[in-house]
Design a protein around this ligand. Sequence first.
Ligand SMILES: [Fe+2]
Length: 166
Amino acid sequence: MAASKLDTKKKPMVVVITGATAGVGRATARAFAELGSSIGLVARGRDGLEAARRDVEARGGRGLVLPVDVSDAAAVESAAATVEEGAELIDAKAEPEVRDAGLIAAAQKVEHYEIAGYGCLSTWADQLSLGEVKRLLGETLEEEKQADHLLNQIAESQINAQSASR
Ligand SMILES: [Fe+2]
C-alpha cells in the first residue's frame, strides 16, 4: 500500500499496528513511517518488533515496541491507550531511558483509569447481586492492579534511576 493512499494530506500520525512484524502489518508500518508517523508496533515477539522498529526509524518514523499477545483484547486495548497517552513522549527527542520512564508513567495513568472503571462496575454488579458478573469484573480488576504493580516495580527498580542518570 502506498503511503499516499493512507493520508492524502501526508501528515505524520500516531498509530498502533497489530501484527507489525510481518506481511501487511509490516508494510503498513513502513507506509506510516514514510509519513514521519509515531507507531506503536504490536506483536508477540520482541525480536521481530525490534527489527520492525529499525525498519520504521530508517524510513523517518518513530517506533514503540509493544510485545503483546493480540489474542488478549485487554492487553491490546491497554497498549493502544498507552500509545495515545504517551504520543508526545514517543515524539520527544529524549534519551531512550527518559522516554521509557515517561511511557511507564503514561501506562500507569491508563492502568489507574482502568482500575477506577472496573472498580465501579464491580461494585455495581455486587450491589445488583450479579454474582458471576461481579466475579468476572473482579478478575479483570485484579489484572489491572497487577499490571500497575508490575509497572511500578519496573520503574522503581531500574527505569527511573537510569532516566535520572541521563
Ligand atoms: Fe490495563
